[in-house]
Each structure stands twice: as structure tokens, then as C-alpha cells.
Ligand binder design. Sequence first.
Ligand SMILES: CC(C)(COP(=O)(O)OP(=O)(O)OC[C@H]1O[C@@H](n2cnc3c(N)ncnc32)[C@H](O)[C@@H]1OP(=O)(O)O)[C@@H](O)C(=O)NCCC(=O)NCCS
Length: 178
Amino acid sequence: MSRGSVDRAQPILAGERLTLAPLAPDHTEGLVALFADPRASRYFPVDFSNERAARDLVTSRLAYAGPPELGYWTWLLDGQAVGLGHLQPARDLPSELIETGWCVRPDLWRQGLATEAIQSLLDYALSDLRLPAVWALVDSRNTPSISFAHRLGFLSVGQRQLDDGMAQVFIRLADHPL
Ligand SMILES: CC(C)(COP(=O)(O)OP(=O)(O)OC[C@H]1O[C@@H](n2cnc3c(N)ncnc32)[C@H](O)[C@@H]1OP(=O)(O)O)[C@@H](O)C(=O)NCCC(=O)NCCS
């Protein structure tokens, strides 16, 4: 992936197959369809198969108001919104920690797309922004995402009780000295 320059705004990250673009209103329909698929939101705390809930989720993501160099990125494949990932101050860990998360359209699973997208976000966070680490919280029952996190080099450092169940806490350390 080639990386955009760090200028205090979310860059567009262009990769082999995916373009990661800052989340924008015209991505809404593709993302609502993604989250409304029960396979995609199986381990999420809210039932997004209710399209209204999926729409509310996208609206809440569009309202992100954190640091401008962080936020939500839509994963575009041939111009279509097929995934969503983020880098933002953690919500269920101390907020000075930066967390990531991921979701890709189920009919495209196991083609390496999430690997491409999250590797790109990690390169941006750890190399361009020089963050010391990126964190992730994954529902303890979410076997696919737990395997995915391990595969991306995240270390499992414990568990945390959330309102909706137990989450595995992951950290991906930067290669540069802390
Ligand atoms: C987890 C998720 C993002 C993986 O997306 P993907 O594009 O299929 O992932 P990749 O093809 O890049 O997979 C990379 C590796 O992750 C692991 N992995 C991915 N899906 C897996 C599954 N269903 N079961 C076990 N391991 C899995 C494997 O090690 C895989 O490598 P392999 O295919 O060579 O065995 C996708 O299943 C998803 O969107 N799930 C729903 C969203 C979600 O629950 N997000 C968690 C919020 S933090």
C-alpha cells in the first residue's frame, strides 16, 4: 500500500485491490447493506439485521468527531463500499489508547481483503503517525476475528468485561522503539 502524507487529516490509503477512503455520506447505502447482513454483525452488541439499526450505526460513525488524523475508513473495491475499519481513541479502554476494528462484506470473506485493509491502517498508525501501539477489543466468542487478530500480529493481553459480554484485549506493538 502507498500511504498518504500525514497532515492532520485522514489520508486516502490506496492498495492492491482496495482503496481506503475517509468515511463519507455517499458510502452509506453500501455500509448499511453490509451491517444489515446478520453474518457480518453476529458478534456485535446490537442486532443490525434491523436495517434501521444499521443505518443508525453508519450515521453515528459519520458523526465521528475525534482527532482529525484518525477516524473511519470505508474500504472501496471497484468503487463499491465493501468494508469499514477505524482508528480512534478507545471507547472501552483508556481513551489515550488508539483502537482499531474491522468488518468486511460476508460474500467477500477469506480473500485477504481485511488483511490488506487492516495492514494498511496499521502501517499508517504505527509508521506514519508513529503511534507506539494499536489496540483492539474482540468479543471472546468471535473466533474468526480472534484468529484474524493473531494473524495480523496482535498479542492477546487479557480479557475485559463489557456490558454485552467478555472481550479479548489485543495489542499490536510498533516495530520502532517505544
Ligand atoms: C474477521 C473478518 C474481518 C475477516 O475478514 P476476511 O477478509 O475474511 O479476512 P482475511 O481473508 O484477510 O483472513 C486473514 C486470516 O484471518 C483468519 N480468519 C479469517 N476468517 C476466519 C474464520 N472465519 N475462521 C477462522 N479464521 C479466520 C485466518 O487466519 C485468515 O487467513 P487464511 O484465510 O489464510 O486462513 C470478517 O470475518 C468479518 O468482517 N467479520 C465480521 C465483523 C466482525 O466481527 N468484526 C469484529 C469487530 S472488532
